[in-house]
Ligand binder design. Structure first.
Ligand code: GRF
Length: 217
């Protein structure tokens, strides 16, 4: 059994996918709350329907720059301090977390944070924003999605799992993104099920820590 705290910002379809997984496997996965900075996020309706506690923490308007980021994270820490969870799942959360925030959430067993992110590219290619657009414009033949532990860099943390999909000859950016999104849902489900059931091996090499999931050669 793993308990998850989900962070999302926009449309919320990855968060919705996680809520649906928890509903399907209530003995394996529990969602203890949803954090968003966006009071208009599409995810709020899904969380309400599933009766998941919602913490809306808007960006502070009275400070700017790095103090704004710090203040915002401090407010999030305050809002979630009563919750117990094994992982924070970033699901389309559009803000970069500071090292100070990450330091609050070390993984109990491995040298990573207990924060997981989904990134819509085959890392380490196409880090940062608009990764589908970056990959599509680069003309890749094989694209992918990655789940990784969050570290202080942008999409640089230890890779947990990846899925690939081909770029088809008649793909538009829209159809390419749609197929990628379907892979995101499957990949997130595979990782959460593996973490909850313990069906993985952790390989902690000097150069990288990565997770080998059951069935992976
Ligand atoms: C997804 O493609 C995710 O990988 C990226 O932003 C998008 C969010 O979509 N970080 P949604 O809000 O989960 O629908």
């Amino acid at each position: 059994m793993i308990r998850l705290l989900v962070f999302a910002s926009g449309r919320g379809s990855n968060a919705r996918n996680i809520f649906a997984l928890a509903k399907q496997y209530p003995r394996q996965i529990e969602v203890v709350g949803l954090v968003t900075e966006n009071p208009k996020s599409g995810v709020l309706q899904y969380a309400k329907t599933e009766q998941i506690p919602i913490m809306i923490v808007p960006l502070p308007t009275d400070v700017s720059g790095s103090s704004r980021r710090r203040e915002h994270e401090w407010q999030i820490l305050k809002a979630i301090k009563h919750l117990e969870f094994d992982y924070i799942c970033l699901a389309g959360y559009m803000r970069i977390l500071t090292p100070e925030f990450l330091a609050h959430f070390p993984h109990p067993n491995w040298s990573v944070s207990k924060i997981i992110n989904i990134h819509p590219s085959l890392l380490p290619s196409f880090r940062g924003v608009n990764a589908y657009q970056q990959a599509f414009r680069a003309g890749v033949k094989v694209a992918g999605v990655s789940l990784h532990f969050v570290d202080a860099g942008v999409d640089t943390g230890s890779i947990i799992h990846q899925r690939t999909f081909p770029r088809l000859a008649n793909d538009t950016l829209e159809s390419f993104m749609q197929r990628g999104l379907q892979q995101e849902y499957i990949a997130y489900r595979e990782v959460l099920m593996a973490l909850s059931m313990g069906t993985y091996t952790v390989v902690d090499e000097p150069f990288a820590l990565y997770i080998q999931m059951a069935g992976e050669e």
